[in-house]
Structures are given as C-alpha cells and as structure tokens.
Design a protein. Structure first.
Length: 140
C-alpha cells in the first residue's frame, strides 16, 4: 500500500527526530520525537512528534498538566476514552486535559506529524489494540 504524506512529514520544517519506543507498542510501526524547546525555565515540553503509517501511542494521560496537539502534516486519529475516534488533518488541534486518558497516531495509509505541548507527567497505559484502532477491520 502506498502511504500518503511521507515527504511532508520526513522532510518537513522540523526534523523527524529519534525513534520514540516509550510511546508505542514494540510490535508497531515507529513514532519519532524531536524536542523543540530546551529552556529549563519553561515547564511545558514542546516537540515535533511523527508517526509512520499505522503507528499510534499507547493509551496515556497527563497528570498535573495537559497535552495539546497541533497537526502539521498527514492524517491520523485522536481519541479520548469513552468517545469516538476523531480523524486528524493538517491544521487540526486536539487538547487532552489533566488526567484524560487518550491516544493519537497515524492513519493506516498515512504518515502523521504534530507539534505536542505537554505539561505534567505522562502516565502510559496499554497499547491501542487493532480492534480499537479506527483503520482496523472493525471500522470498515
């Protein structure tokens, strides 16, 4: 399958960064993280986070803070626990408030890149199963 948006993500305005094994399951396509703010007096972490087609974070929440996603390229998904998955496109914004369990990642046929602004501590949970993933057979 031909994947969409590879050039826009891998050759975008911010570098792709290093593979980020903490946020995704070991048997999944990779996500990448490139930190953008290195100021110790700024409490929020800001990074360019990108996903190969089909890659997605584990379920997680931010305790004592929040997470803001600013989609810059590609197509993907965002879902908060108890809600339906939401399709993401360049220009979309998603906000996970303090303690809200959620996941995000690329569509099955597309790369995805977004700027993340994180405050607080990320608490990682279980991987998003194929049955939960919107591009799986369950959603077709």
């Amino acid at each position: 399958m031909m994947s969409k948006f590879k050039t826009e993500v891998t050759e975008g305005i911010f570098p792709l960064g290093e593979v980020n094994p903490v946020s995704t399951a070991p048997d999944m396509p990779s996500s990448y993280n490139y930190p953008l703010v290195f100021d110790p007096e700024v409490s929020a972490k800001v990074a360019n986070v990108s996903f190969e087609p089909g890659a997605r974070t584990k379920w997680h929440k931010h305790v004592g803070g929040y997470q803001i996603l600013l989609v810059t390229a590609g197509e993907g998904w965002y879902q908060q626990e108890g809600e339906e998955p939401r399709k993401l496109h360049a220009g979309d914004v998603a906000v996970a408030r303090n303690g809200v369990k959620h996941w995000h990642g690329a569509a099955a046929d597309s790369w995805l890149s977004h700027i993340v602004v994180n405050a607080g501590e990320a608490v990682w949970g279980d991987p998003v199963t194929d049955e939960e993933y919107p591009d799986s057979e369950k959603y077709r």
